[in-house]
Design a protein around this ligand. Structure first.
Ligand code: HEC
Length: 181
């Protein structure tokens, strides 16, 4: 092979290599811009769904609004209707017996887990607080999450107005109802 032949081959190899690199670079840059444009567009949409579908429920859970302002306009009769959901497990009238759950007469401001003769879970026994309106609000929203280890197998009342109405009803079913306004 003379040097001219060799140079031709070398040049061909070099040009091919440059071409390949060039094509790859061009390809990359086209691909990159396409990808960028696409994901920039997607992220906008994603942000919207994340906020409403994943972000917000969490926020609500962490910051359950105080129930006090809603109690002022709560409806005791509506609360009595909602209590049908509780009545399978709880009595509410004065002198009522324990059922699957403890008797609930005068439960507002009573110490948590303090009905004589009812076998509470350790979670409730050791909770060491009173059933204020706000404690009832948290517990009745999601019993199993609010006091981990409770044996009250009830999913909870998601609607703020349902909880306000039932707390107003529980409040009225006691020897010393507290003013709600
Ligand atoms: C499936 C049965 C069941 C249903 C339905 C149910 N509960 Fe309970 N509840 C229980 C049990 C069992 C306990 C005792 C929990 C423990 O010891 O951990 C309890 C405990 C309670 C307590 C604590 C009482 C105390 O003495 O400390 C309150 C308040 C209460 N329930 C209110 C309600 C209300 C209001 C409803 C309806 C919205 C309801 N429960 C629905 C079974 C139930």
């Amino acid at each position: 092979m003379d040097s001219f032949e060799f140079n031709k081959i070398a040049a061909a190899v070099l040009i091919t290599a440059l071409l390949l690199i060039g094509i790859k670079e061009i390809g990359n840059s086209i691909f990159k811009t396409e990808k960028l444009e696409k994901s920039a567009y997607k992220v906008e949409g994603l942000e919207k769904t994340t906020k409403s579908e994943i972000g917000e429920p969490k926020k609500i859970e962490l910051t359950l609004k105080p129930i006090a302002p809603l109690l002022a306009t709560a409806n005791i009769d509506e609360g009595k209707k909602i209590f049908k959901k509780c009545a399978a497990c709880h009595s509410i009238e004065q002198g009522g017996k324990n059922k699957i759950g403890p008797a609930l007469w005068s439960v507002v401001d009573r110490k948590v887990g303090s009905v004589e003769g009812f076998k509470y879970s350790n979670a409730l026994k050791n909770y060491n607080k009173n059933w204020t309106h706000e404690e009832l609000n948290g517990f009745l929203h999601k019993p199993l999450k609010y006091i981990k280890g409770t044996k009250m197998a009830f999913a909870g009342l998601r609607k703020d107005s349902d909880r306000a109405n039932i707390i107003a009803y529980l409040n009225s079913m006691g020897s010393n109802p507290k003013p709600l306004k």
